[in-house]
Design a protein around this ligand. Structure first.
Ligand code: TXA
Ligand code: MG
Length: 318
């Protein structure tokens, strides 16, 4: 099998085809000005789960939503004058904002890795913008490479790294910037740099007229204890690796388990389980008839690593 047979030139017809793939829950790798992204419909948790599976990520990292119009921001992020001014100045372009989510939209939980923030940018690439517009939804996309490998700047790099794990690779040639976007957290009073990238720190500071703080956290490891507190955690006691239900527990099963209130995936499909995870935790927490939650063991393979990482933190007692 040729690894190149899912590469498509970025013609209008192929972009239209790719938009259909996104709408139908598939994965499309597409060019941006920084690096190629591995894209899915931000509102489709099953599709988002398949991104983590394709990348082989051991944990759910928050993903960047790519939008084509500034108006989309208001749908899910808290915007103020500073955000809008930064967007006017630097978008489309290699600057990504971490913003507070405005509403509890559980469909976004997996893309946000359970955080209360949402991460957004508008890429400066005509193919990316056309794809987002034709898809009609924001496209969530990490760099289109396997976890722990170098970000791809050509369609061939994507094919090399991900092969047939992606339904379609749109070829837009070599990426102009070649390094990932600059990421800033603007949820607080000060602007904080989380990752250096395509927009220079000096340019940001000059525009803002103030110093940007530098985070010493590694954005590739959003697993530090500080980050953990910002995660959605159920308010009810949460017991993991439970083999059966105890009194008062809402029981979330997996696989062959039948004595449960909800089953993450009766067929034992870890991708399906990841897609359902956050929604089921919310449902269990909201259930009036139980004041505790228990969950079946999840196998420690494939997406199971990310699921276990997430639920261990949700079960952690402060
Ligand atoms: O240029 C780019 O930004 C490319 C193109 C495709 O847009 N995308 C990209 O995405 O580099 P990704 O997922 O490979 O890197 C995003 C990084 C991850 O390390 C993630 O953990 C971090 O940003 N990140 C995203 N949201 C965050 C948040 N709310 N808090 C802390 N870190 C965050
Ligand atoms: Mg990456």
């Amino acid at each position: 099998m040729s690894m190149k047979n899912n590469i498509y030139q970025n013609t209008e017809e192929n972009i239209k085809k790719a938009a259909e793939v996104i709408k139908n829950g598939g994965l499309v790798a597409f060019p941006t000005e920084t690096v190629y992204g591995l894209g899915a419909n931000v509102y489709n948790a099953k599709a988002v789960a398949s991104i983590y599976a394709a990348k082989g990520r051991p944990a759910f990292n928050p993903l960047i939503s790519h939008i084509a119009e500034k108006d989309f921001l208001k749908e899910y992020a808290a915007v103020d004058e500073r955000v809008l001014a930064l967007a006017d100045k630097f978008w489309p372009g290699p600057l990504t904002f971490v913003l507070n989510r405005v509403e509890e939209n559980p469909a976004l939980d997996l893309a946000c890795a359970g955080l209360r923030t949402i991460t957004v940018r508008m890429p400066a690439h005509p193919t990316a913008l056309a794809l987002i517009k034709k898809s009609g939804v924001p496209i969530v996309a990490p760099s289109a490479n396997r976890s722990q490998t170098i970000s791809p700047t050509t369609a061939f790099h994507v094919a090399d790294s991900l092969g047939d794990k992606v339904d379609m690779i749109l070829d837009g040639g070599q990426c102009r910037v070649g390094v990932e976007s600059t990421i800033i957290d603007i949820t607080g009073k000060n602007v904080v740099l989380l990752r250096a990238g395509g927009v220079a720190l000096e340019d940001l500071e000059e525009f803002l007229g103030e110093k940007v703080l530098i985070s010493h956290g590694n954005p590739d490891l959003p697993t530090s204890p500080g980050q953990m507190l910002k995660h959605y955690a159920p308010s009810h006691d949460f017991r993991i690796n439970a083999l059966s239900r105890e009194d008062g527990e809402f029981f979330i099963g997996f696989g062959a388990v039948t004595d449960c209130d909800l089953n993450l995936s009766p067929s034992g499909d870890l991708c399906e389980a990841a897609a359902n995870l956050f929604a089921y935790m919310r449902l269990a927490d909201a259930d009036k008839n139980h004041d505790k939650i228990a969950m079946s063991p999840i196998p420690e393979t494939g997406l199971g690593l990310a699921i276990n990482d997430r639920i261990r933190r949700a079960a952690y007692k402060k």
